[in-house]
Design a protein around this ligand. Structure first.
Ligand SMILES: [Zn+2]
Length: 307
């Protein structure tokens, strides 16, 4: 863990505030040099705020929340495909009448080679017919629009858990080569499990989307608030409806092989402010940093290895 000293300064053009802007902020990131695709934990101390803090990194804004000890905390991530160059970030106070820059820092980024993986599927799932392509495009736009929605309250508190026990057969981040054709990277983890095994919510939240889609089959997205979502793909069936509140362990559906899938498994994904993140990093951070700060008797043991 490293401490980055940044000095408060006002952003030109924003409303002037009464009182003085904070002096030195202390911003801590864990790990100190995150890799693209890996969530990292951010704490901010010494900020005088009039609303709530956001961390801005590249094109994305990450909501922080008050930690109850006069500081702020939250997650941020660089997408897996972003470069490993060091970059500036900005801490911004947002409030109804405007916003104010309260700090600037720089974060180092650790390069990571995720490798590649060959997958054989029916060719109709790789080279799509015009109608399948139209369907997949429409569904992907719907999923992206849900994931881009930031609901205002954090809905989880206990550490996130693995949604179904099993061996990880497809790690996060590998370049996928379908039938010899390089495609996008694998944006979740594949957990092998028997058809019909229960799939449970990783943490408390609200069901944001339920549907049967071309690539992802029977799909549930759970909104955990402040831009954080978990995704559950290829299920045999879903057991929840949109808008339903879920707790850690609530059954969302059953393991299956619907959509573009080679056999029964759960694809488990994590998204933050629309960026795709390694679920293993969410497990590790919420079990370590978050749980250590606020032990919760409701947290459950991890049931399978993370990658
Ligand atoms: Zn997958």
């Amino acid at each position: 863990m490293t401490w980055i000293q940044v000095v408060g300064q006002a952003l030109a053009g924003v409303l002037l505030l009464t009182g003085s802007v904070a002096g030195a902020l202390r911003i801590e990131t864990t790990p100190s040099r995150p890799s693209p695709g890996q969530l990292f934990w951010v704490t901010v101390a010494g900020a005088a705020t009039h609303g709530s803090l956001e961390l801005r990194l590249g094109a994305r804004a990450f909501a922080l929340w008050a930690d109850g000890r006069a500081g702020w905390e939250g997650f941020a991530v660089l997408d897996r495909d972003e470069s490993a160059a060091s970059r500036e970030f900005f801490v911004v106070d947002t409030f109804p009448a405007g916003e104010q820059l309260v700090g600037v820092g720089e974060i180092g980024v650790e390069p990571r080679d995720y490798g590649s993986q060959e997958v054989k599927v029916d060719e109709s799932m790789v080279t799509l017919s015009p109608s399948d392509q139209e369907r997949a495009d429409r569904e992907n736009a719907l999923i992206r629009s849900v994931l881009a929605t930031r609901s205002p309250e954090r809905l989880w508190s206990a550490a996130f858990v693995v949604p179904t026990p099993g061996e990880i057969t497809g790690p996060f981040g590998v370049r996928r080569i379908y039938n010899g054709k390089p495609k996008g990277y694998h944006n979740g983890v594949d957990i092998a499990a028997a058809r019909g095994a229960p799939v449970t919510a990783s943490a408390a939240g609200r069901v944001a989307l339920v549907g049967d889609y071309f690539y992802t089959g029977n799909t549930v997205l759970v909104d955990h608030g402040l831009g954080l979502y978990t995704a559950y793909f290829h299920m045999d069936s879903a057991a929840v409806v949109e808008g339903e509140r879920v707790e850690t362990g609530t059954i969302l559906g059953l393991v299956g092989s619907t959509g573009r899938s080679t056999g029964p498994h759960l694809h488990w994904g994590v998204y933050l402010s629309g960026a795709r993140a390694d679920p293993g990093s969410l497990l590790g951070l919420t079990r370590g940093v978050v749980a250590a700060a606020r032990p919760s008797p409701a947290s459950q043991p991890v049931q399978a290895a993370e990658n």
